[in-house]
Design a protein around this ligand. Structure first.
Ligand code: PGA
Ligand code: ZN
Length: 427
């Protein structure tokens, strides 16, 4: 049995050059676990609190030295000496130590960094890959459901970026693709990369920016409309030689970013400014669904526009994956309401929206119980940390959403999936 011997955090930088928290957990047997916390740009209001220093003399106030101090002080003192495999009990202690509903005292970035580093250390102490250890934790967390069988998720990969990730060139945040075939990950990644290259060619030929990319590596061209972005992606799929049965299109509208909660209108900004209530926005989506091979739509409405979500799911939920990101924020309580109100049929899973591994597994359990699809997701601010690849495999997630197929903070996760796939086939 390995016990936690030391806990050490430091400030490191993420893919946007902003500070974030890295935590090292070392066990008394020498096993080391390390994790780095990601950071969102289009965040939901109900997310757990990311603690930033607010000291404008460093990193425009976005330093994380206070969160680092939480880990090196109170958190280290609380968890030192505990059995590193007792993830759920340790996470419960961390939640109690913070004592606030959204983890704002110690910082969700501090707590999650510790929570994930503990899981990595436990895997190292048991000399098993992280996905195997997470699979055991998931099996315990999913009771009374049957334990998940580890498997490769389907990649949902960004092709064109907009909204908060690409200077609001278009309103929709992501136009993505999903290969439907069940082939090896290496083949699926080749298919995705092929579509990405054909998209670059099409954009260049149209005198658009086929080289400039947004925060997640998707192209960020200044297009005339959201529809035109989907058209380009559809054309790239065809140019790459795929049918829409082989390669589907998905959207992340991130509509909370477009919503004015005072007049309950959505503002689509592009070139011609259009303001519309949720009913009109739903009609716009219905036209897109009729015109394009859309398999999945994420955050079509704002995080508190509940009625619009339920109506949309009643109308399109039998043929379309409707994903709650800002709506659910990986929070078991919000997911329960979504299930009760039939406000979506799938949930995006982002560890730092809730702030511990144990609560994340609880959200995934609830989703499975309700027959919701699960999509494990990166954030727009990422690092070389690859924990989500292991989490997706360990929980048998339906999809993984990492961003695009370029930029090393994205590729670190895809490449990790390739390694895990080898381990899985050796089992
Ligand atoms: P975020 O974006 O990390 O900036 O929140 C990702 C998403 O909305 O899915
Ligand atoms: Zn989203």
């Amino acid at each position: 049995m390995a016990r936690i011997a030391s806990v050490h955090a430091r400030e490191v930088l993420d893919s946007r050059g902003w500070p974030t928290v890295e935590v090292d957990v070392r066990c008394d047997d020498g096993a080391l676990g390390r994790a780095i916390v990601p950071s969102g740009a289009s965040t939901g209001a109900a997310e757990a609190h990311e603690l930033r220093d607010g000291d404008v003399s460093r990193y425009d106030g976005r330093g994380v030295l206070r969160a680092v101090a939480s880990v090196n002080g109170e958190i280290a003192a609380t968890i030192s000496g505990l059995n590193v495999v007792d993830q759920a009990a340790i996470d419960r202690r961390l939640i109690a130590l913070d004592g606030t509903p959204n983890k704002h005292r110690l910082g969700a970035n501090a707590i999650l960094g510790a929570s994930l580093a503990i899981a990595h250390a436990a895997a190292a102490a048991q000399r098993v890959p992280l996905w195997k250890h997470l699979n055991r934790l998931a099996a315990e967390a999913f009771v009374p459901l049957s334990p998940p069988t580890p498997r490769m998720p389907t990649p949902m990969t960004n092709m064109i970026s907009g909204g908060a990730h690409a200077g609001e060139n278009i309103d929709f945040q992501d136009i993505l693709i999903m290969p439907t075939g069940a082939g090896p990950m290496s083949e699926r990644l080749e298919s995705i990369a092929r579509v990405y290259r054909r998209l670059a060619d099409l954009l260049e030929t149209a005198d658009l920016e086929g080289r400039l990319v947004g925060d997640e590596g998707g192209f960020g061209p200044r297009l005339e409309s959201n529809e035109s972005a989907i058209e380009f992606v559809a054309s790239a799929i065809k140019e790459a030689g795929f049918t829409f049965d082989q390669m589907q299109i998905a959207l992340d509208v991130a509509a909370t970013q477009l919503y004015n909660c005072r007049n309950k209108n959505y503002r689509l900004m592009q070139f011609v400014k259009i303001v519309m209530p949720s009913e009109k926005l739903a009609e716009f989506y219905a036209r897109l669904i009729a015109r394009f091979p859309l398999a999945s739509v994420e955050d079509p409405f704002a995080e508190d526009d509940w009625a619009a979500w339920s109506e949309f799911t009643a109308k399109h939920g039998n043929k379309l994956q409707i994903v709650g990101d800002d709506l659910i924020v990986t929070n078991p309580g919000r997911l329960k309401r979504v299930i009760a109100e039939r406000a979506a049929n799938a949930v995006l899973i982002k560890l730092n929206q809730i702030g511990t591994l144990t609560e994340t597994l609880e959200t995934i359990r609830l989703a499975r119980q309700a027959g919701f699809r699960t999509i494990v997701s990166a954030r727009s601010g990422e690092t070389e940390d690859t924990t989500i690849a292991d989490l997706a495999v360990a929980t048998a997630a339906d999809q993984i959403k990492i961003g695009s197929i370029v930029r090393s903070e994205r590729l670190a996760k895809y490449n990790r999936l390739l390694r895990i796939e080898e381990e899985l086939s050796a089992c």
